[in-house]
Ligand binder design. Sequence first.
Ligand code: GUN
Length: 330
Amino acid sequence: MRQFTRAGAGGTMLAADNIVRTGEDQHKEPGDMATAQRIDGKAKAAQMSAEISLQTEALRKEHGLQPGLAVVIIGEDPASQVYVRNKKRTAEACGFYSEQHTLAEDAAEEDVLKLINDLNTDDAIHGILVQLPLPDHLDEQKITQAVVPNKDVDGFHFVNIGKLTSGNTSDAFVPCTPAGCMLMIKDHLGTDLSGLNAVVIGRSNIVGKPMASLLLQANATVTVTHSRTKDLAAVVREGDIVVAAVGRANMVKGDWIKPGAVVIDVGINRVEVTVDGETKSRLTGDVDYAEACESAAAVTPVPGGVGPMTIVMLMANTLRAARFAAGLEA
Ligand code: GUN
């Protein structure tokens, strides 16, 4: 197996041409390769959450301020309900004030906009999140753009998107999923991705596009692929970093992965599996994890990889929003 020579946070990473082959691995056949490192997003998120709790306590003691997060959920999408419950639970564990607004599936657009407007002007609320997807009759753009940019902890407002794509992230809110992915990538490869090819699979506004901006800002050479990409497997095979965000279970196969790549799996797909004649439902990613482990240097599992990091980045953004509101630095 090939390995990148890594440096710790802030250190200099050796680029792709400096990939080293360990002596031990030179004698192994592909089938014998050691499996990849499992990137433990759950453990990293727990560490970050503990750090955010400490900072929240300090903010309360020194400035009398408690970060406040409002989560709005419209309709009954079961997956969204689980995500929102986890967000609320983590917010409370971090010491935030948190409120959830649950609106009916057929909520009128003007009522949603009125609620957002009230939250925009509520001093106890520093971050607002409207869980997506929305019911079909609601205009997603109108609703996401109604959140004021300084409370837009999802990073979906055009002001925050503009800051990110132009490389001005010092006071921007970056979307939580790509921000979490980027932290895991930098943990493995260092902060400077010069000379590395990054392949993003999926061009959504929530993940693919902001992910590409972040990778570009870290000097990676970025390719964004999508459903119209020709010979996707061949393109992915060029990636030293692969971020899969398509929502198709196990689509990315082991032989798509370049030896030594770092693979980030954003997909959370529910699939039915039969165990001892019994049909069960379980979560799986966009990447065939077992196969990818045969060639990658490191892979995020599903669950336990990107998911917990997304939630903790929401907390980090909310804490930042509260600090900005108090006139403090990030
Ligand atoms: N639905 C899936 N991911 C997200 C996210 O990051 N933010 C919001 N608001 N909705 C989502």
